[in-house]
Write a protein that binds this ligand. Structure first.
Ligand code: AMP
Ligand code: ZN
Length: 491
């Protein structure tokens, strides 16, 4: 039973809409995955973490989600409109590797980064190279519809012809004339009929290694047909959610709609969702702009613009503190503030396990619980959710300080709220390394204090003092109380 009503901002209508899946409780969600010719940068990670939050929330409220996120391992040329070289071939030459070695190297790297950020793997992760025949079939269908044409072994989509009956730029709300102004004039050697035409299938040049046979000769698929073919294969001709970064609206997703319209005469997606960009000093983070921070540089602090390293969870928290449709600017100060906030929340999680219930509550915990759902129901508003969790942290600390009280049922509800929203939905984790260090430190300290107690009972004061003074030198203070000996690190 799904008892939450979610509002989603649909890029298609440019407004928030009530989310009604095509076939509830089942949901089909497709997200454009990485082009694996290089390391993913933090901007890419922001988009994938945002959809991870959305995926987790949909599951949490009871939906059965099939989440498809592809791996682009062929066909994505340097320019979105098929100008420029093949990204894989270029990188393979540079690194003196097979293109498929490039694909493998960066796919593994991507998975490792996603694991460190604690993102859930998608239900299906199809690759472009694994779906060549599906892409050829769809290209054939588009030619049959009259909207595809072959020119010298390459197949193009005829945007101007399509525009006579369809509004091509509707997703980005741009008229054909405006789009035409933004593209270069066709040159004499151009085989395209129109400036906005894009390739469905690209003829392989003699030196091109990644190539497949097709009815139009040896070649490789275009980037846009890849997502249309794979989303159709796994989610059907219409599905609920299609996502990606905002940079994909004007061309990639616009072309996906055109391809589906040509084949099926209806649109493929009910809710288009787009994440805003991660920026550095206001400039979009991208490989081509050369301002791409790598996750590993951030974790280790090895980057000229970083003052120190940040843990994956502090970075995840930093991302979650901004709504997915707002830009997020990357800076040392913002990261430091997030790290503090994350620690504060994690300390509250620990304190929550310690506090004891009384017979009544001084705060309204059920209202806090509902507010957390309301935030997420409002287009997955994670910053508002986090503000509510901080209010929860304040209540926890007041109870711990004896200034407030909580009933047994409210304590249960608060624990459920914290566990559900912090771990299951925001996908945060207690930092593994520090947790195991804490355990190790606890075990060692227990052993040391036991030896000291034994020495004291035997009146071996030189040993017991040696232990106390030695610990003091390493800034560990021990106190003998009537309940036993306690220890803490000097602050
Ligand atoms: P790519 O590997 O370039 O195909 O991009 C993979 C995903 O990351 C796409 O959904 C892009 O829209 C998204 N993306 C690229 N740059 C950024 C950025 N600076 N901020 C957020 N998302 C981005
Ligand atoms: Zn795509």
């Amino acid at each position: 039973m799904i008892n939450q009503e979610i509002q989603i901002f649909n890029t298609r209508s440019r407004k928030k809409e009530k989310f009604t899946p095509l076939n509830s409780p089942f949901i089909g969600m497709y997200v454009c995955g990485p082009t694996v010719y290089d390391d993913v940068h933090l901007g890419n990670c922001r988009t994938f973490m945002s959809f991870d939050l959305i995926y987790r929330y949909l599951i949490y409220v009871g939906y059965k989600v099939r989440y498809v996120r592809n791996i682009t391992d062929a066909g994505h040329l340097e320019g979105d409109r098929d100008e420029g070289g093949d990204k894989f071939a270029k990188k393979a030459k540079l690194e003196q590797l097979e293109p498929m070695e490039i694909v493998q190297k960066y796919t593994l790297g991507f998975h490792e980064v996603m694991r460190l950020f604690n993102t859930q793997p998608p239900s299906i992760e199809p690759t472009a190279t694994g779906h060549i025949s599906e892409q050829i079939e769809m290209t054939k269908q588009i030619i049959e519809s009259g909207l595809g044409y072959v020119a010298n072994g390459t197949v193009y989509f005829d945007v101007e012809k399509y525009s006579t009956t369809n509004y091509y730029g509707s997703l980005s709300n741009r008229k054909l004339e405006e789009l035409l102004e933004g593209t270069r004039e066709l040159g004499g050697q151009d085989e395209k009929k129109g400036r906005l035409d894009f390739a469905l299938w690209i003829k392989a040049k003699p030196e091109h290694i990644m190539r497949w046979p097709s009815p139009w000769g040896w070649g490789f698929p275009g980037w846009h047909i890849e997502c249309s073919a794979m989303s159709t294969k796994y989610l059907g001709t219409t599905f609920d959610i299609h996502g990606g970064g905002m940079d994909l609206i004007a061309t990639h997703h616009t072309n996906e709609i055109a391809q589906s319209q040509a084949c099926n005469h209806f649109e493929p997606v009910k809710y288009w969702m787009h994440t805003n960009m991660l920026t550095v000093n206001g400039v979009r983070m991208s490989k081509s702009a050369g301002n791409g921070f790598l996750p590993m540089e951030l974790f280790t602090g090895k980057h000229k613009l970083l003052e120190k390293g940040y843990s994956p969870m502090a970075v995840r928290f930093f991302m979650m503190q901004t709504h997915y449709r707002s830009t997020l600017d990357f800076s040392n100060e913002a990261l430091q503030a997030s790290e503090k906030g994350f620690d504060r929340l994690m300390n509250a999680v620990k304190t929550l396990e310690k506090i004891k219930p009384s017979d009544k509550s001084t705060s309204d915990i059920s209202s806090l619980h509902s507010k957390c759902f309301e935030a997420m129901n409002d287009d997955f508003n994670s910053p508002v959710l986090i503000a509510n969790l901080f209010e929860g942290a304040r209540i926890i600390n007041s109870i711990n300080d004896g200034k407030e009280t909580i009933s047994i049922s409210d304590l249960d509800l608060l624990k459920k709220t914290f566990r559900g929203f912090i771990f299951d939905i925001l996908g945060l984790q207690v930092e593994k390394s520090s947790a195991s260090n804490d355990d190790l430190a606890n075990n060692l300290m227990n052993l040391i204090l036991e030896i000291r107690n034994e020495a004291k009972t035997k009146k071996d004061f030189s040993t017991s003092d040696k232990i106390r003074d030695g610990l003091a030198k390493t800034k560990i203070i021990i106190k003998d109380t009537k309940y036993g000996t306690t220890w803490e690190k000097e602050k």
